[in-house]
Design a protein around this ligand. Structure first.
Ligand SMILES: [Zn+2]
Length: 426
């Protein structure tokens, strides 16, 4: 562990620390930002006697943060900012997250914990493939690896052939990436006859920023010869590194001394019980420039356990994020998530890593077509089989179009899995 005094803190002590830090955060907001204080409807530190008291506070949404563009909810003067990042994948007004030097230090610490949990240390060589820019990924891994004095290869996004060359020539042992990027690496490696097992020393992959299924994880681990770890965190929470799964792989540990996590009804306001699926709501306990109080992430997960893990950490364990509330698709009145489709597709070894779900309205009715790449695109039996499995899982029949490998577009950055051509989306 990087900070065992916090990562393995007994629950009672942890709860006490959280309460103290929550009150400090509320005092910090009250002292420094009138607008933010009003948004909390007059509630503050004095109203919090125990952690459950947080439930009286209003939720905060992405929309609140957008309306506050650029620094309307910041709780330190701009002269105290050291850097900023911007949330990706949104249209319209961006969400800006400023960081003080203290915030950057906190960020480095939580990512260092994540890297350590994944087995990355001082002797490793970490190739950082997310971009170094407005997106927080590149810098987050940079600060974490710097804290550990791990050698960094700050290559950033793209340049897949150079990525492979560096992996081989510079002795890369660990790679950090957006979850769909390993697929590009694997694809180019296949084209070049590059074998990760014999040509590299890779042993760890740390992937996040996108929803990726267990099936996808198995494929990546097999081809790249690595153990792959799922890391969570978002621009709004201060960046990547809010939690990661450990070697025991029995859930994602969330660093609770920095983040207070609740799960609530995704379509309502009521808390859900441990074990039940809900929307993850984040309150930051140590962030200075832009603290969050009850921020609705739209990510759907659930509590696995609050007990001590086999790895020794006591930090709360949550399920890998199953879906983003906004990603839910509704076709012919049936709700489902893209990851459910992915898990069916990737169970078939003949199916390539890329797929596209296209939804359209034809003659007043929804029509769903799934494009998948396969080496044997004349295989009608495969299409039939997948259709049956999808029907069993989500209750829909789909048109399945088998394409040769390489036929679907490969966008830079996050993968495109869904194309909804209907006028209003749903
Ligand atoms: Zn653990």
């Amino acid at each position: 562990m990087y900070q065992p005094e916090f990562e393995a803190m007994p629950r009672e002590k942890l709860t006490q620390l959280q309460l103290e830090r929550l009150r400090n955060t509320l005092r910090h907001i009250q002292a420094n930002n009138r607008r933010y204080t009003e948004q909390l409807q007059g509630l503050g530190a004095a109203d919090v006697k125990c952690l459950d008291d947080l439930r009286q506070f209003p939720f905060m949404t992405k929309e609140d943060l957008r309306r506050a563009y650029p620094f309307g909810l910041a709780c330190t003067p701009q002269s105290a900012f050291m850097r900023m990042h911007m949330s990706s994948g949104t249209t319209g007004t961006p969400i800006i997250c400023p960081h003080t030097p203290g915030d950057v230090k906190q960020w480095g610490e939580i990512v260092a914990r994540c890297l350590t949990a994944a087995g990355v240390g001082r002797d490793d060589v970490l190739q950082i493939t997310p971009s170094f820019g407005l997106f927080n990924g590149g810098f987050g891994f940079h600060y974490g690896a710097s804290a550990l004095q791990t050698m960094i290869i700050p290559i950033g996004a793209g340049r897949t052939r150079l990525q492979l060359q560096f992996m081989k020539d510079l002795g890369t042992t660990a790679v950090a990436a957006i979850a769909s990027y390993p697929l590009r690496l694997m694809e180019v490696a296949a084209e070049e006859g590059f074998d990760f097992h014999t040509e590299t020393k890779l042993r760890v992959g740390i992937f996040g920023a996108e929803i990726w299924s267990d099936e996808m994880r198995r494929r990546i681990e097999e081809v790249m010869g690595i153990k792959a770890f799922d890391i969570i965190g978002m621009t709004e929470s201060g960046g990547v590194g809010m939690g990661i799964d450990c070697q025991d792989r029995s859930g994602i540990h969330v660093w609770e001394d920095h983040y207070l996590i609740e799960f609530v009804d995704p379509n309502g306001v009521e808390p859900v019980e441990d074990g039940a699926w809900g929307e993850m709501v984040v309150t930051t306990l140590t962030r200075q420039a832009l603290p969050l109080i009850r921020f609705r992430t739209r990510d759907i997960s659930r509590v696995i356990s609050r007990e001590k893990c086999n790895c020794g950490r006591t930090a709360l364990r949550v399920e890998r994020i199953a879906c983003r509330n906004d990603d839910m698709l509704k076709v012919k009145g049936i709700n489902f998530y893209p990851r459910q489709v992915e898990s069916i597709l990737l169970r078939h070894p003949e199916v390539g890593h890329d797929y596209l779900i296209e939804i359209d309205r034809v003659g007043g009715a929804d029509q769903m077509t799934i494009y998948v790449e396969t080496e044997n695109s004349g295989n009608a039996g495969l299409a039939q089989q997948i259709d049956t499995e999808l029907h069993n899982l989500i209750g829909l029949h789909v048109d399945l179009v088998l394409l040769p490998i390489g036929d679907l577009p490969r966008p830079a950055g996050k993968a495109m899995r869904v194309k909804d051509k209907r006028e209003h989306g749903h």
